[in-house]
Design a protein around this ligand. Structure first.
Ligand SMILES: Cc1ncc(COP(=O)(O)O)c(C=O)c1O
Length: 387
């Protein structure tokens, strides 16, 4: 028994080293990591550029308060704004906190419009975090169970259903729509190609903020640096975390136009948010995306995975569908043929790290994965599903 609270139930393995797509446990055994710490180490474990930035920065200065200017933070904000066509950034320590900042901005936006009881439209099955506000925004009852009363400003509508959003067009209390470009925790749910464009059209017509939660789907995961680039749109708010630090805790709430003017001195803050160390890591992440062909690799490996999977699993009755965008992968399984509840442990025994959501396998492998590693992954999946 450990002294940790029981909110996690960790598997019986401890990793002590990581390199690229591979993790090594205390016995020296190697595991193929097809999860990247749940979409975090997108550039692979212990990427040399990130490690160097962390070592150099830790020898220089770890932390100063946001009471003072932080050079790395200003540099990172400028690069993110240039890359995402946004105006301003608030740095947090996690995805939930980035979303929390977005929700606070939406409240201030409501105040600016004299709306007393603002409504934010969010999606069923969406996931936005575990703080009280983001838990309320989340559209999964299993995550919310036991925590009522929740914040009442969220109305959940069906994902990828434009009529469900349009239904609220005459409701003058609505101030924002908050959705994931691709739903991650729901098991990789990819909306129709023009869904986000249509959501943006409705937001523009009604003066609502479009708040995209790109915590899981951005930072190269779908083959573009930001997932909504596939739609050629710019949201009012974009939340990032996970892959932004490649393993160090950093989140970012980017805002454009009126949304970027809502936070004024004293309205929000974070002790650690955007400190010199974490922003050094994130600068390294952006440098790697700029100087190497990571995004090309994502698109190439995505196609390779798809074609290999279709060849090898064409006649496999257990597989119902495959949902894939870049290296965000969901494989639907028939629960009557495969016992999904056992698959994570079974995969672990075969030294493969995956995740199960409902009756789907979810995989978010490092974006630097090679064809050889995909071959290993596919052969492990064949064993996993057919035994
Ligand atoms: C889309 C999305 N938003 C928010 C979060 C919460 O991020 P964090 O766990 O860093 O608070 C997650 C985490 O899985 C996520 O996938």
């Amino acid at each position: 028994m450990s002294n940790l609270m029981s909110n996690y139930s960790p598997l019986e393995v401890t990793f002590i080293k990581g390199e690229g797509c591979w993790l090594t446990d205390t016995k020296g055994d190697q595991y193929l990591d097809a999860l990247s710490g749940i979409g975090v180490v997108n550039l692979g474990h212990c990427h040399p550029v990130i490690t160097k930035n962390l070592v150099d920065q830790s020898q220089q200065l770890l932390h100063t308060s946001n009471v003072y200017r932080i050079g790395n933070q200003e540099e990172l904000a400028q690069q993110l704004c240039n890359l995402a066509n946004m105006d301003k950034v608030f740095f947090s320590n996690s995805g939930a906190e980035a979303n929390e900042a977005a929700i606070k901005i939406a409240r201030l936006y409501a105040r600016s419009k004299n709306i007393e009881k603002p409504i934010i439209l969010t999606a069923n099955q969406g996931f936005h975090g575990r703080t009280m506000a983001t838990l309320s925004a989340t559209g999964q009852s299993k995550v919310q169970a036991g925590f009522s009363p929740l914040m009442s400003e969220f109305i959940h509508v069906n994902y990828d259903d434009i009529d469900a959003i349009n239904y609220y067009k005459n409701n003058s209390d609505v101030v924002a729509v908050m959705v994931e470009p691709i739903q991650g925790e729901a098991g990789v749910i990819i909306p129709k190609n023009d869904y986000l464009n249509k959501v943006q059209d409705i937001c523009k017509k009604n003066d609502w903020l479009l708040m995209l939660d790109g915590v899981q789907s951005c930072i190269g995961r779908t083959g573009k640096l930001f997932a909504h680039e596939h739609n050629g749109i710019t949201p009012d708010i974009l939340c990032l975390a996970k892959g932004l630090g490649n393993g160090v805790p950093i989140g970012a709430c980017l805002a454009k136009g009126i949304a970027s003017k809502m936070l004024t001195p004293g309205t929000h803050g974070s002790t650690f948010g955007g400190n010199p160390l974490v922003t050094a890591a994130a600068l390294g992440v952006l440098e790697v995306f700029q100087n190497t062909k990571v995004l090309e690799n994502v698109n190439e490996m995505s196609e390779y995975f798809k074609s290999e999977f279709e060849t090898k699993f064409r006649n496999n009755e257990a597989v119902t569908d495959i949902r894939i965008k870049g290296l965000m992968i969901g494989i639907g399984l028939d629960n009557n043929i495969v016992d999904c509840s056992q698959l994570v442990k079974k995969a672990l025994k075969d030294h493969l790290l995956i995740n199960i959501t409902g009756s789907s396998i979810r995989m978010l492998p490092p974006l630097i994965i090679t064809k050889k590693e995909i071959d290993i992954l596919i052969s492990k999946l064949i064993k996993l599903i057919s035994t």
